[in-house]
Design a protein around this ligand. Structure first.
Ligand code: PGA
Length: 223
């Protein structure tokens, strides 16, 4: 999965989508562009939303509701990304988003992850457990992404042992597919994808260039 964050215009995303479309075979690929760059049409990857407001439409200045997602046939959403939590999205809002998306039947990629401080204190597991309390872990269209905040965009990936341990732990609560995210790159993707309970990766920085993203997929496939 590629989280393009606040990168790409509609023009550059069109080129990005075309490069993926020309090169993808049967990989299961999701791309989350900025909402201003959503594209109409069918692609070999699934287009998802980085953010949405839990309403069909209405007086919610600056927000994107379900009607706007429907226009682009978007049925996959990210919820709980640490960069959204950092700008003030709280558990109550995340719960409302989760419930709305579940009712709409969306595929939900629910992101959880601890800060460096919690990690250093050895309190990661209990923290992650608390982040999962508000959501229905039995929702069958749920994917959980473990993204330690200290590993996002920092070049500091969690070790294979940590990822394995945490994904095993999360798998005790939910049968959902589990992803890892946080500085996934060409060097670590194949080891990470081999981890038991790791069904895929959520990639930020290393996915912003379509060719680099394709290369990562090839590296993961080769090993
Ligand atoms: P990164 O971002 O790959 O740049 O660390 C991952 C993410 O935020 O999903």
């Amino acid at each position: 999965m590629a989280n393009l964050k606040c990168n790409h215009t509609r023009k550059s995303f069109k080129e990005y989508a075309q490069i993926l479309d020309e090169n993808l075979e049967n990989e299961e690929v999701f791309v989350f562009p900025p909402s201003s760059a959503f594209l109409e049409g069918r692609f070999k990857f699934t287009q998802g939303a980085q953010n949405f407001y839990p309403a069909k439409n209405g007086s919610f200045t600056g927000e994107i509701g379900q009607d706007m997602l429907d226009e682009f046939s978007i049925k996959t959403v990210l919820i709980g990304h640490s960069e959204r939590r950092a700008i003030g999205e709280n558990e109550e809002q995340l719960k409302a988003k989760f419930e709305y998306a579940k009712k709409a039947g969306f595929k939900i990629i629910y992101c959880i992850g601890e800060s460096e401080e919690i990690f250093e204190k050895g309190k990661t597991k209990e923290f992650l457990k608390s982040q999962l309390e508000n959501i229905d872990l039995n929702y069958d269209n749920l994917i959980i992404a473990y993204e330690p905040i200290w590993a996002i965009g920092t070049g500091k990936t969690a070790s294979i042992e940590i990822i394995e341990d945490i994904l095993n732990y999360i798998s005790k609560f939910s049968k959902s597919s589990l992803l890892y995210g946080g500085s996934v790159n060409e060097k670590n993707i194949s080891e990470i994808s081999k981890i038991k309970n790791c069904s895929g990766v959520l990639i930020g920085t290393a996915s912003w260039d379509a060719k680099a993203f394709l290369k990562l997929m090839n590296v993961a496939k080769e090993n």
